[in-house]
Design a protein around this ligand. Structure first.
Ligand code: ZN
Length: 380
């Protein structure tokens, strides 16, 4: 999830907001100031409802941030780098670089978030309770505090539902991992639970909507749909992890790929090389060392009348964008770099700097299929 606005850094982690948060913000303010507050606390001036609604929504998002920041801080304490924290349509995301190494670390990182939401909810509930006990008239301040207490408690409870990608899914994964000692199996099980929960939410949402409930029911269905998508992606990732465990880069790479020098112009390439070329990406090399990678997509984007005056080097992906790997490196360590890279391919470079192979998405899917076949034949 990309941040549209940067808010700053907390504990060294960049915190941002995606524009989609504005949708939720508007819905919350509209629901509180336009509906709930006037109904429960009538006869106040209009601006008072709007002010209370905006204040409650802002504090709600601060609580959401506190939840995500707590994940980030505990992740860092457990040796995992955190790239960013972003608030978006469905809440917050703390983007961790890497995975917990033990079930205990997983449990702590996932558990702290709902715990923080619970504490926030209880704190607002306590203050609202004090106001109620003091005998003052129950006004908009009480209403806002009570709403904040309720929504933070709902957040805590919803997040511990045992289904990935929710925090509860991570807790379930940690528990199953501890129990069976098999992290991948635990990840697949909790992702499947996520699919089930997503389907249940869609079912409840649609049922409520068609039996006359509000738009909130459709919102529930939308969250369910999002959960299913995320759970399916996690399950696939876990299965790839199982299939590629222990596989080295040089076992899956296409060795000694065809190459070309960066000074060849795009026109010559299209006229003379393309017909003989079987792949969709071509490494550029000088003296056997890779300097760039050009994909057919990049070549296609050069207008026909500019081809003669453009070299392959100019349209290639190079420098920082280029994903490099060592032949002996575990493939699973290269995958995150590949998915972050622009062209989805890694150039394999030996210790002496010479290009020895290329890893493409089709090499990886072939390796996954081969591993599935091996498992079936050995009866695992
Ligand atoms: Zn969380």
């Amino acid at each position: 999830m990309r941040a549209s606005f940067r808010l700053g850094k907390v504990a060294g982690v960049p915190v941002g907001v995606n524009w989609s948060v504005l949708v939720i913000f508007a819905l919350l303010v509209w629901g509180l100031a336009g509906n709930q507050f006037p109904r429960v606390y009538p006869d106040r001036p209009g601006w008072a409802y709007v002010l209370a609604g905006i204040a409650a929504a802002v504090v709600f998002f601060l609580g959401l941030l506190a939840h995500e920041i707590s994940h980030a801080i505990v992740a860092k304490r457990n040796g995992i780098e955190v790239d960013s924290i972003t608030l978006w349509l469905f809440g917050g995301v703390a983007q961790l670089r890497g995975e917990a190494r033990t079930p205990g670390a997983e449990l702590r990182i996932a558990g702290i978030g709902p715990l923080v939401s619970l504490v926030i909810g209880l704190a607002f509930g306590a203050v609202a309770g004090l106001i109620a006990l003091s005998g003052d008239e129950r006004g908009l301040l009480f209403g806002s505090l009570a709403w904040l207490a309720g929504i933070n408690l709902v957040l805590a409870v919803f997040n511990v539902l045992p289904a990935a990608p929710l925090d509860g899914g991570r807790l379930l994964r940690a528990a199953l991992w501890k129990w069976r000692g098999d992290r991948a199996w635990a990840a697949i099980a909790s992702a499947r639970a996520g699919r089930v929960l997503g389907a249940v939410l869609i079912g409840i949402g649609l049922w409520q909507f068609f039996t006359g409930a509000t738009v909130g029911a459709l919102w529930l269905a939308l969250i369910g749909w999002f959960l299913i998508g995320a759970a399916v992606a996690e399950e696939r990732q876990a299965q790839v992890g199982v299939a590629l465990h222990g596989v080295r880069v040089d076992e899956v790479m296409t060795p000694n790929p065809q190459t070309v020098t960066p000074d060849v112009n795009v026109g010559d390439f299209v006229d003379h090389y393309l017909w003989a070329y079987r792949h969709t990406a071509l490494p550029l090399v000088v003296d056997g060392r890779p300097t760039g990678l050009v994909t057919l997509d990049r070549v296609r984007r050069v207008p026909a009348d500019e081809r003669a005056g453009t070299t392959l080097g100019e349209v290639s992906c190079r420098g920082e964008e280029l994903v490099l790997a060592r032949p002996e490196e575990p493939l699973l360590e290269v995958l995150p770099r590949l998915s972050a890279g622009t062209d989805g391919r890694a150039l394999v470079v030996a210790a002496d700097g010479q290009l020895v192979g290329i890893v493409s998405p089709s090499d990886i899917s072939r390796a996954v299929q081969r591993s599935a076949l091996n498992d079936r034949m050995s009866g695992r």
